[in-house]
Design a protein around this ligand. Structure first.
Ligand code: UD1
Ligand code: UDP
Length: 364
């Protein structure tokens, strides 16, 4: 049997690496299709190197565009490559457009799919990712959930619970794998940062696409930088808009290119505070015990909030929330982590896939 993994955007890579590695150790034949949704070296190549991912067997080079343009290019490119390789199973990750397109292509070709990170819900359909999650979950044959709340969401959408497996979080497998490489942060040295600093990442369309939203966010972020030096590895999506809104390098603001995986996590681990609108960063700060303020009205990862490391804030509330985190002092100790965030999600997923490929009955 052949398993293909469809990857395209930055957050896909740390989720896939542990699954690919674990399938390899079970001797499963597999290959990676890179859609090319993300293509800058710092958004893609560096992750293959840092995470030890094998070279893709194909890169579709779809690039950027409107949702319709990008999804259309993904559908056409993926249909061709899937027909060429006739996989027995296609594995997709997270909630990006590459994930959605792969699911649609496979559903129409009658090729079974597995979704890693199933059942996350923000209940906010203005987020493109929420639409991708709902469609992806509804069409997947195997669904791998990272947290228990996902199980009830999937059940309430009528998805057969026998398809769903709670396996933990493979992104956290990657984080644990990277820990020995994390200290000391070369970025701290390169930038000449003081020991106490904060990190921000911002790229959600609702935050960076309109000049008004960007301005409100930048004003809030600059207020944070009056309290603590702030490093902002900037996602290409927000680069221009946030700069136009005034987010530029100054003595207390370090606007830099996106960082590689190990560099970024090193920086985060040493931070007194993280400000973000990323999905994955909410989870990584939970495991690293770094206080995180998420500038969003909702999160599909509520476990990071109930755990205690993450808090949702509006731009207007960000400066005061940051000030409280900074005066409360030390990082939150990583006590009990969410269930099965133990570095073994990849092997769990691989075992389910391997038995599925051998036709075993996985019903409980
Ligand atoms: C995508 C995902 C989002 C995820 C994010 C992670 C969708 C709908 N969105 O958003 O869920 O959180 O990736 O990073 O799939 N660009 C570059 N170089 C690149 C890639 C993008 O310059 O290598 C720029 C282009 O101007 C492009 C813009 O970023 O138009 C947006 O890229 P796109 O992949 O469409 O969406 P993201 O905002 O990256
Ligand atoms: N990340 C990185 N360098 C950066 C910013 C983020 O390596 O400059 C990593 C981060 O550690 C996490 C992943 O990228 O593993 C998250 O991707 P992103 O925030 O782009 O997407 P989201 O999780 O919001 O979909």
């Amino acid at each position: 049997p052949l398993v293909l993994h469809v990857l395209g955007a930055r957050p896909n890579f740390p989720k896939a690496a542990p699954v690919v590695r674990a399938l390899d150790s079970l001797g499963v034949r597999q290959g990676i299709i890179h859609t090319g949704q993300h293509y800058d070296a710092l958004m893609s190549d560096v992750f293959f190197a840092d995470l030890g991912l094998p070279e893709p067997i194909a890169n579709l080079g779809v690039g950027s565009g409107t949702h319709a343009q990008q999804t259309a290019a993904l559908l056409i490119g993926l249909e061709g490559v899937v027909l060429e390789h006739t996989p027995d199973l296609v594995v997709v990750y997270g909630d990006v457009n590459s994930t959605l397109a792969a699911i649609l292509v496979c559903a129409k070709l009658g090729i079974p799919t597995a979704h890693v990170e199933a059942g996350l819900r923000s209940f906010d359909r203005t987020m493109p990712e929420e639409v991708n999650r709902i469609v992806t979950d509804s069409l997947s044959e195997l669904l791998f959930a990272t947290s228990p709340d996902a199980l009830s969401y999937l059940a309430s959408e009528g998805i057969d619970p026998r398809k769903v497996h709670l396996v933990g979080n493979p992104m956290i497998d990657s984080l644990f794998g990277a820990l020995p490489a994390l200290d000391p942060s070369p970025v701290v040295k390169r930038l000449g940062l003081p020991p106490r600093y904060a990190v921000a990442t911002l790229h959600r369309p609702a935050n960076v696409d309109s000049p008004e939203a960007a301005r409100e966010l930048v004003d809030a972020v600059l207020e944070v930088s009056e309290q603590i030096p702030l490093v902002i590895p900037i996602h290409p999506r927000g680069r221009t808009r946030l700069a136009e809104a005034g987010l530029v390098t100054s003595p207390s603001v370090y606007v830099i290119d996106p960082l590689g995986y190990v560099d970024f996590l090193s920086l985060v681990r040493g931070a007194a505070l993280v400000v973000t609108d990323s999905g994955g960063v909410q989870e990584e700060t939970t495991v690293l015990g770094v206080p995180c303020l998420t500038v969003r009205p909702n999160t599909e990862r509520p476990i990071t909030v109930s755990h205690g490391t993450n808090r949702l804030v509006t731009p207007a509330l960000l400066p005061a929330a940051a000030s409280k985190v900074l005066s409360d002092g030390a990082a939150i100790p990583a006590e009990e982590l969410p269930v099965m965030w133990d570095g073994q999600a990849g092997p769990r997923i691989a075992r389910v896939i391997a038995s599925w490929l051998h036709g075993d009955n996985l019903a409980p």
